[in-house]
Design a protein around this ligand. Structure first.
Ligand SMILES: C[S@@+](CC[C@H](N)C(=O)[O-])C[C@H]1O[C@@H](n2cnc3c(N)ncnc32)[C@H](O)[C@@H]1O
Length: 267
């Protein structure tokens, strides 16, 4: 079976909007740009976080870019005339028509193969003193991802899922991002954080990964509701065992890599 690009579901993604917003806020807090005219949000998703950038940089035109028609359709409702617009485009093909003061890529680059190669190109879009800031998950060895990886590559599911069984999102080590920012001529600020999200409800980790890590599987099985239910039942059982419900909820540790690169004042 040919691999399909993962389809996105804005509603499922926004189910944990507060938890997903936290790394975005922590990333923004380290962007040393007080005034901006042009701001880009690559892989903007449903636009809910992009919307806040309009208030953060009141003189800027903010552009959100995403290659999911469903995400861009959800984001379009948030457009603000002359201040905030959304463009459906693959970020690998997108190019701004003027120097950009702030480029953000929040929770997106891990979906783009060979994304290290893009860092120099994006760094080249920056105005003097401009900043490229991104964050990616760093939990591919955590039980949430190990369960999904082992299930989708198991004999039962491997053939059914086709090429998509072997491919998921992936990241580099934090040091590789620091090196890439330096090679792009940017001053780097790179760190990692582990959040201990406390999730409520039944099967909260399954519901979380249905919004992100399971997108390639759910896309590959989209035309087969029985197989989807079968996969989710098995995945849910294993995730419940890996993340048992405690007295106060389900603790879901989540490690992220943050990287901010600043261009020199005279470029
Ligand atoms: C996990 S969501 C993050 C959305 C948003 N940045 C946020 O933090 O809420 C990842 C987004 O990246 C987008 N995406 C993945 N690969 C992309 C690509 N090659 N070009 C543009 N967008 C991409 C997906 O469509 C999805 O909306």
């Amino acid at each position: 079976m040919a691999e399909r690009a993962p389809g996105w579901d804005p509603e499922q993604y926004l189910r944990y909007a507060d938890e997903r917003a936290r790394p975005f806020a922590d990333l923004l807090a380290r962007i040393p740009v007080s005034a901006a005219e042009a701001v880009l949000d690559l892989g903007c998703g449903p636009g809910s976080l992009t919307r806040g950038l309009v208030d953060l940089w009141p003189d800027a035109v903010v552009t959100g870019v995403d290659n999911s028609a469903d995400m861009i359709a959800a984001a379009a409702a948030l457009e603000v005339d002359g201040r905030l617009k959304f463009v459906e485009s693959d970020l690998r093909e997108f190019a701004p028509d003027r120097p950009v003061d702030v480029v953000i890529a929040n929770a997106v680059l891990h979906w783009v193969p060979d994304h290290l190669d893009l860092i120099g190109k994006i760094g080249g879009w920056l105005s003097p003193g401009g900043v490229f800031a991104f964050q990616v998950p760093d939990n591919f060895d955590f039980p949430s991802h190990v369960v999904i990886r082992e299930l989708r590559t198991s004999p039962k599911w491997h053939e059914r899922l086709g090429a998509g069984a072997d491919r998921g999102a992936s990241v580099e080590g934090a040091g590789a991002y620091q090196d890439a920012l330096l090679a792009a001529g940017l001053v780097p600020d790179v760190w990692t954080t582990t959040y201990l999200h406390l999730l409520n409800g039944d099967d909260p980790v399954l519901e979380w990964v249905k919004g992100t890590a399971l997108r390639p599987v759910l896309t590959a099985l989209a035309d087969d509701p029985d197989a989807t239910a079968d996969f989710l039942a098995e995945c849910g059982r294993q995730l419940r065992s890996a993340y048992p419900q405690g007295r106060y909820g389900t603790v879901f540790p989540f490690r992220r890599i943050f990287a901010v690169g600043r261009a020199g004042a005279s470029r």
